[in-house]
Design a protein around this ligand. Structure first.
Ligand SMILES: Cc1cc2nc3c(=O)[nH]c(=O)nc-3n(C[C@H](O)[C@H](O)[C@H](O)COP(=O)(O)OP(=O)(O)OC[C@H]3O[C@@H](n4cnc5c(N)ncnc54)[C@H](O)[C@@H]3O)c2cc1C
Length: 327
């Protein structure tokens, strides 16, 4: 394999053929693209440009980049990719479907349909291998002004933002069965924690007793609204008018993988709809890989996603050659 630029025929509906199509340009996808480019693969990254952490101004826990803005992190990554002529990125474009086709030489290829508003962007792309790095979508509890505080003083990832909220009176708001466990985790950062279930029956009496033993209160009443100003939450107001003062907190969103475009391939998914991988990023469909938040659960962090992207890039490169050596 020589060093190649992505070939295309120059027409508005050109169909580039690439070694690897990377769907999603977050840390997982961009890190994979960097390592694939360095391995002399031709790569096309297609990115809709809606990262999960777009609500926040600062990202934490990424070694050498602790506190960086999410946009800046992506910008740095994109700049690094520019050194590799065989790596191309199409922004503000969506992969709307992915199928497998038999090519002229009888081999299997993937064909992706692209939905882009950019003039001249290709509408399809053919690829030997595909990496899904499309992250997750979030649905927050239905509290009117929650979005105004999300990413500012209310967060979802304790490892990412617990340090900044340490020693404040905190809330944990959620309606899922893992709420008591998350409360135990968040109590690492505060001795003043109230768990709000918003009337969802998700914490049983045994869990409540265990939380009480750690000094964590459970509040089961309906939440009416959050109070605060300019992103700084100050209280949870309950439907009966009571106010519980807080200085920040965490929300447990419901997470949904963005995988509708894979329907035709029917890859194996778990009960929550996440792609099942073999631990090295291989899905049940040969040639189709996944990394980052889109792959089966684990810590949802930028550096973990970037590491997973790098790992899958190596696995993919080895699979193509049929070699199993570590490096
Ligand atoms: C409020 C908030 C704050 C956070 N703070 C931190 C933090 O401080 N530190 C930290 O480590 N982590 C943080 N995270 C978690 C972090 O954002 C994720 O773990 C990380 O972004 C996952 O990277 P990814 O590459 O898997 O997905 P993403 O970064 O979500 O990127 C996926 C990309 O794929 C695109 N996409 C989706 N579908 C398609 C499609 N069909 N075609 C083309 N493109 C598509 C999306 O638009 C998006 O650009 C935070 C998350 C949230 C919600």
């Amino acid at each position: 394999m020589g060093e190649r630029t992505v070939p295309h025929d120059g027409s508005p509906t050109e169909r580039p053929r690439v070694d690897a199509l990377v769907i999603g340009g977050g840390p997982a996808g961009l890190s994979a693209a960097l390592n694939l480019g360095r391995a002399r693969e031709s790569v096309l990254v297609v990115d809709a440009g809606r990262p999960r952490n777009s609500a926040t101004l600062r990202s934490h826990g990424f070694l050498t980049r602790d506190g960086i803005s999410p946009l800046e992190l992506r910008k740095l990554a994109r700049t690094e990719l520019e050194a590799y002529p065989a790596v191309r990125v199409i922004e503000r474009a969506l992969v709307s479907s992915l199928v497998q086709v038999v090519d002229a030489s009888g081999g299997m290829r993937f064909r992706a349909a692209l939905d882009s508003r950019r003039p001249g962007a290709p509408t399809t792309v053919a690829a030997r291998s595909v990496l899904v790095a499309t992250g997750l979508r979030e649905t927050l509890p239905a509290i009117p002004s929650l979005r105004a505080f999300y990413g500012m003083t209310l967060f979802s990832c304790a490892a990412c933002d617990g340090w900044e909220l340490r020693d404040r009176p905190l809330a944990l708001i959620g309606e899922t069965a893992d709420l008591a466990e998350r409360a135990m985790l968040i109590a690492r950062w505060t001795d003043d924690l109230t768990v709000f279930t918003n009337r969802a029956p998700v914490i049983d009496v045994t869990e409540e007793a265990a939380l009480a033993a750690r000094g964590i209160r459970v509040e089961r009443r309906l939440i009416e609204e959050l109070e605060g100003h300019r992103g700084a939450v100050t209280a949870v107001r309950l439907a009966d008018g009571d106010r519980i003062p807080i200085g920040g907190g965490f929300v447990r969103p419901r997470w949904h993988p963005s995988l509708e475009f894979l329907d035709a391939l029917e890859p194996a998914t778990d009960a929550d709809g996440n792609l099942v991988t073999d631990g090295s990023g291989r899905t049940s469909v040969p040639g189709l890989y996944a990394a980052g938040d889109a792959a089966t659960p684990g810590p949802q962090q930028l550096i973990v996603a970037a590491g997973a992207g790098a790992r899958v890039a190596a696995v993919l490169t080895h699979d193509v050659l049929g070699v199993t050596t570590a490096h």
